[in-house]
Design a protein around this ligand. Structure first.
Ligand SMILES: Cc1cc2nc3c(=O)[nH]c(=O)nc-3n(C[C@H](O)[C@H](O)[C@H](O)COP(=O)(O)OP(=O)(O)OC[C@H]3O[C@@H](n4cnc5c(N)ncnc54)[C@H](O)[C@@H]3O)c2cc1C
Length: 462
């Protein structure tokens, strides 16, 4: 049946749909005493719980998940395991200086390598594929900006990346919109829901007690920490809040981060002819050089997944806005703009999810009182980061000082976000400025293209 032009069904995440069944876990009931309670069953919580229990099997470790395990960002993301830290290198350097930006790069390289190592060690089947990624410039301003970032990374001695000229980039993926690309060999693609499912299995096998449908409604930090749930309480010596974008629900941490939504569309499986036409010769992941990037990749069954374009904050820290047809439409248009040969392709899925954003766009692992640790601000780059952060949180919970706990964003002072309604205004002012710059870059790029024949005719070297 022909699909109405510009339409896409609002669905759940394709990854959750294709990860296979995972045994349902009970809800927490009664009053219990534990050594460690981990709140949140996404990548961060699963990794933290797994590492704590693996290191100290004698501890009673419980994981309390409000809904279903990994139903939030961890089961919905695009699956890029990548090295990007913060918004972009230049911003991190301006805010934190070169030394810290280099440390952050080392942490991220370790995160990507550690994610691969965990997947192999725990034998997790998550369609892991390693082809690197490229960040493509689709207009002259993006080209200048990306080239500057690449030169800066090289000058600072960050991990090895390469610059691809237009023809080299188009050799990998043949979009007429590409002008050049920054290539990072250290990026892998996964089915994130399968990765999370594998981590949940590993945590359960190590002896972590997993509870679903168990929202923590409040916490009293006086030791032992008391967590209140709908059907009981948990008293814990140590607590990890792995609640990511949902962290604003705890009044004590309302100001450290805000939830923003990013959205995805997915096509039907591309035919061999369509794949040849788009010239996706290596199954590399791609992002573009906008502030609000487009990120895209092929799924194992050759659907094209594209996300990004904008990120939306909903007044009052809302975390239940999983679909946005306006953004879905823009994403569908951008698929065809990027690959004109896909005109008429059918879109089968659209979903989104909340990411956690701090005011300076850099992650933070922090401590609340003496016994509560939290992790926020992984933005759209948490697939690898959260796996390693789980180990860092385990070190903190077990009072172990390590290279990981020395990372500058562990225990950093987080610039507080203002309360509503100023929060809404501040976030939208920043977002608006970034979107305006994206639009301006695109407008300038388009007008430069339309001037080209005239300039050529006038014999100018463009
Ligand atoms: C659409 C989308 C695309 C993305 N693409 C990428 C990508 O390609 N690469 C990348 O690196 N990153 C990407 N990200 C970001 C990445 O998914 C996240 O950084 C990462 O999954 C965060 O994991 P987490 O465990 O910290 O949080 P989450 O997965 O959000 O898990 C938090 C969990 O805590 C639970 N919880 C919250 N409050 C409570 C409570 N009070 N009691 C009990 N449980 C609670 C929630 O129900 C949730 O399950 C993307 C995110 C989205 C939404």
């Amino acid at each position: 049946m022909a699909q109405e032009q510009g339409a896409v069904p609002a669905t759940q995440s394709f990854w959750l749909e294709t990860a296979g069944p995972f045994e349902k876990r009970p809800a927490w009931q009664g009053h219990g005493r534990v050594d460690v309670a981990v709140v949140g069953g996404g990548f961060t919580g699963l990794s933290a719980a797994f590492h704590i229990k693996e290191r100290q099997p004698e501890l009673r470790v419980v994981l309390l998940e409000a809904g279903s395990l990994f139903h939030a960002a961890s089961g919905r993301n695009a699956g890029f395991s990548m090295t990007l830290f913060g918004l972009e290198l230049g911003v991190t350097v301006v805010r934190y200086g070169r030394k810290r930006a280099k440390e952050a790069d080392e942490y991220m390289v370790r995160a990507v390598n550690y994610t691969r190592e965990l997947i192999r060690r725990l034998n997790i089947d998550c369609d892991y594929e390693e082809h690197g990624m490229m960040t493509v410039a689709t207009n002259p301003n993006q080209l200048r900006k990306l080239r500057r970032q690449f030169e800066l990374a090289r000058e600072m001695g960050l991990h090895e990346t390469a610059w691809l000229k237009q023809a080299e980039a188009r050799e990998l993926v043949n979009s007429p919109t590409y002008l050049g690309a920054w290539y990072d060999p250290l990026c892998a693609l996964v089915n994130p829901a399968k990765l999370a499912k594998g981590m949940a299995r590993a945590a359960a096998d190590a002896g972590v007690e997993l509870y679903e449908g168990s929202p923590v409604l409040s916490l009293d930090p006086a030791g032992p920490v008391t967590l209140t749930l709908p059907k009981g309480t948990v008293r814990a010596d140590r607590v990890v809040l792995a609640t990511n974008a949902f962290t604003a629900a705890f009044p004590q941490l309302r100001r450290v981060q805000a939830p923003m939504f990013t959205y995805i569309v997915l096509t039907e499986p591309l035919s061999r002819r369509q794949l040849e036409a788009v010239g996706w010769r290596r199954r590399i992941g791609v992002e573009d050089g906008r502030n609000f990037i487009h990120y895209y990749r092929l799924t194992p069954d050759n659907r094209l997944l594209m996300g990004g374009h904008d990120a939306v904050y909903h007044f009052g820290n809302r975390t239940d806005r999983d679909h946005n047809m306006n953004i879905a439409r823009k994403l569908m248009q951008n698929v065809v703009r990027t690959f004109p040969a896909l005109e008429g392709v059918r879109f089968t899925h659209h979903w989104g999810g909340p990411i956690s954003v701090t005011l300076d766009l850099v992650p933070a692992i922090g401590r609340l009182g003496r016994d509560i640790f939290y992790s926020v601000g992984c933005m759209g780059h948490g697939v690898s980061l959260t796996q390693l952060n789980g180990r860092t949180l385990a070190d903190l919970v077990l009072d172990t000082t390590s290279e990981l706990t020395e990372a500058f964003f562990v225990g950093r002072r987080v610039t507080p976000l203002p309360p509503e309604p100023i929060r809404f205004a501040v976030i939208n002012a920043i977002r608006g400025g970034m979107l305006l710059q994206d639009a301006w870059d695109e407008y300038r790029g388009a007008s430069a293209m339309s001037r080209r024949p005239v300039e050529r005719a006038a014999g100018r070297n463009v």
